[in-house]
Design a protein around this ligand. Structure first.
Ligand SMILES: [Zn+2]
Ligand SMILES: [Zn+2]
Length: 295
């Protein structure tokens, strides 16, 4: 009996140790997982480099599941095709490393009452030049300096948090003037201030430069035309999408979605003016309220 007992005890202990070891190992190292391929995203635009990858269960820092980035260094090698739509006499675009440097004159290439009466582009409209947020009757002065330069990331980072818009110019329109959001100074655009807007949704505010708040009929009226580029590097188009010829139904809270545009057959993230009246019953549509998705 003694002999048998002496053999039995060590065997039981050994079995228990093996069981513990097995469970322990399973928890730490052998947890079942499915490895997938992750691609390096050196320029942090949400697109991965198909030539640099690793397999892992969890997403490694600096890597993404996408593998469609054809230029992951971020260096700009050519202008985006959409820049061909901008008035070259009023908007200049320079490549600088990973950025576009966009400079606008702030002088629109179309008619408006805000051009002085002796300017060929002056037209008469019944506009209130003295709205609450506005100064004295004001015009786009011949000698006025309205130039603004935007340094815009050519590979917008779509992976981070959305960033609220601020006051002032949010981007440059194809016409050479600026795109503002839904604010006039510190307050939301009011119906009273809206009376100072011209036929193309623009006016001169207390910041001095001529700018658009609402659908700019000089170059977009219920269509998919390019309106301009915003400061976060995302292009913004009219209320319709060229991919379908209709109002997009999959827009996010910024009015953006990813898809084919008339300037990129491969598809990219872009904004649209949201097809929802800013002032009910007026058929007036805001260009962009934000937040920015490309910062
Ligand atoms: Zn304004
Ligand atoms: Zn679209």
């Amino acid at each position: 009996m003694k002999f048998k007992k002496n053999v039995l005890i060590p065997t039981t202990i050994l079995f228990s140790l093996c069981l513990l070891f097995f469970v322990s190992c399973k928890d730490d190292d052998d947890l079942p997982c499915t490895e997938t391929t992750w691609y390096e995203d050196a320029d942090a635009d949400g697109l991965g480099n198909p030539d640099v990858s690793q397999s892992a269960c969890d997403q490694p820092t600096g890597y993404v599941a996408d593998n469609t980035d054809t230029n992951d260094s971020g260096t700009v090698t050519q202008l985006h095709a959409a820049f061909a739509e901008f008035d070259a006499d009023r908007v200049t675009v320079i490549l600088d490393g990973s950025n576009y440097v966009v400079t606008a004159t702030g002088r629109p290439n179309h008619e408006t009452e805000y051009y002085p009466v002796d300017n060929p582009l002056h037209i008469e409209e019944d506009i209130d030049h003295t709205g609450a947020a506005l100064g004295d009757p004001s015009y786009i002065e011949d000698g006025g300096d309205y130039e603004i330069t935007f340094t815009i990331d050519a590979s917008p980072d779509l992976t981070g948090d959305a960033v609220a818009t601020s006051l002032g110019a949010q981007g440059v329109a194809v016409s050479g003037a600026y795109i503002y959001n839904n604010y006039e100074g510190p307050t939301v655009l009011s119906t009273m201030t809206a009376e100072s807007l011209d036929w193309t949704g623009a006016h001169i505010g207390n910041m001095g430069a001529y700018h658009y708040h609402l659908e700019p009929h000089a170059f977009s009226s219920d269509d998919s035309n390019l309106i301009g580029i915003l400061a976060d590097g995302i292009f913004i188009y009219g209320r319709k999408c060229s991919a379908t010829g209709d109002y997009p139904t999959d827009l996010d809270s910024s009015g953006g979605h990813t898809g084919v545009t008339q300037h990129n057959a491969a598809g990219e993230y872009h904004y649209h003016m949201i097809n929802e009246e800013f002032f009910a019953g007026t058929e007036k549509y805001l260009i962009f309220e934000g937040p920015f998705m490309g910062y």
